[in-house]
Design a protein around this ligand. Structure first.
Ligand code: ATP
Ligand code: LTN
Length: 327
């Protein structure tokens, strides 16, 4: 029996942070043997917020290197750059004609990003979820491993697949979300009420995988905490819950064990140990990251694009036939 296909991607907007790792890529690594995996560096999504061209070029390579250094095996998984396969933009245009303004206006990521970039509320930012639906539907994707913030976008991809199929006949697989319970929503270290984000205004919001271990330790020690000093997992203590989740994701220990270990001890001890865990993780990751050359990833992306193109071209032929533009 053939394996189920999964597809996911990360935008080359900045360095990957621990939230992206725990919420998405860690899951990819864990399931790569079970599924037929396609992982993209979604550069066409990234430009919906202005990127300096030189930074973008570097970030594309960095994201692909990060996939490898975190344990994605390029022999098992197809890795490619989104803009290398023009069918993504092509299918996006076709899906635009069945997507409704109202459903895109409801997207919270659009509302958040337009609020944080009022000077650049561009059409691409609005259309972002339709391009994401195209990414997924082009590859007959059955499940999409992402963090919790992407749930609403996945709902739209499902709705568009169902709508297209009912208008033009069975064409797309309706994809299932694959969202873990724990670690799917890591919050900002400086604000436990908002998700950790690569494009947060302060770097004290996140721990980037390329932060120096010293810098990262400082960020953990400075992370906001809640009132009271007792270590417990309680929704009334969102900052501590977030730090406990990070501890658990890094150590593999379940949260109740961690809480037990620190009973009767204060935040100070807990944060110090967590900062050591984070620093050790970064040292190990960065050793692997630095051992990968630009040439090696470039070659991998070229090969990946060739394979991805084959799948995407075939699907587009079918779509064109179905909607009546192939004569
Ligand atoms: P940006 O802030 O630039 O929009 P981002 O940090 O949200 O970027 P993305 O490239 O949009 O990162 O997301 C990559 C993956 O990481 C997605 O699967 C997303 O759901 C997941 N992810 C993003 N932020 C978090 C978070 N704070 N906690 C858990 N998962 C997250
Ligand atoms: N919007 C996603 C990135 C993304 C994606 C995809 C994820 C673009 N296309 C297809 C899964 C499948 C985000 O994480 N912000």
């Amino acid at each position: 029996m053939s394996k189920k296909r999964i597809f996911s991607g990360v935008q080359p907007t900045n360095n990957i942070h621990i939230g992206n790792y725990f919420g998405a890529i860690k899951n990819w690594v864990d399931v790569q043997d079970q599924f037929d995996c396609i992982f993209s560096v979604v550069d066409l999504h990234a430009i919906t917020v202005y990127q300096k061209p030189e930074d973008l070029r570097q970030n594309i390579l960095k994201i692909a290197k990060t996939y490898l250094a975190l344990g994605i095996n390029p022999k098992k998984c197809l890795i490619f750059q989104q803009s290398d396969v023009k069918e993504h933009a092509e299918l996006c245009w076709i899906l635009n004609s069945i997507a409704k303004m109202g459903e895109l206006e409801r997207m919270t990521q659009y509302k958040d990003k337009s609020a944080s970039h009022p000077e650049n509320i561009n059409v691409g930012l609005f259309d972002y979820p339709v391009l994401m639906a195209a990414d997924i539907l082009l590859y007959n994707t059955q499940a999409v491993p992402v963090g919790e913030d992407q749930k609403q976008h996945l709902e739209l991809a499902r709705d568009l697949a169902i709508r297209f199929n009912s208008l033009y006949g069975e064409t797309f697989i309706v994809p299932e979300p694959m969202i873990k319970k724990e670690g799917c929503r890591i919050m900002g270290l400086d604000n436990p009420y908002k998700k950790m984000s690569k494009s947060a205004p302060s770097s004290y919001n996140y721990i980037s995988l390329l932060d120096s271990p010293e810098e990262a330790k400082k960020k953990i020690m400075k992370a906001v905490t809640d009132s009271g000093s007792e270590i417990k997992f309680d929704t009334e203590k969102p900052a501590l819950c977030n730090l406990l989740t990070i501890y658990s994701q890094l150590s593999g220990e379940i949260i109740s064990n961690i809480v037990e270990k620190y009973t009767g001890r204060g935040y100070g001890d807990f944060k110090k140990d967590l900062s050591e865990l984070v620093a050790n993780f970064l040292v190990d990751f960065q050793k692997k990251f630095n051992a990968i050359s630009d040439e090696e990833v470039q070659e991998l992306l070229v090969k990946g694009a060739k394979k991805a193109r084959k799948i995407a071209e075939k699907k587009m032929e079918e779509v064109k036939e179905k909607i009546g533009i192939k004569i």
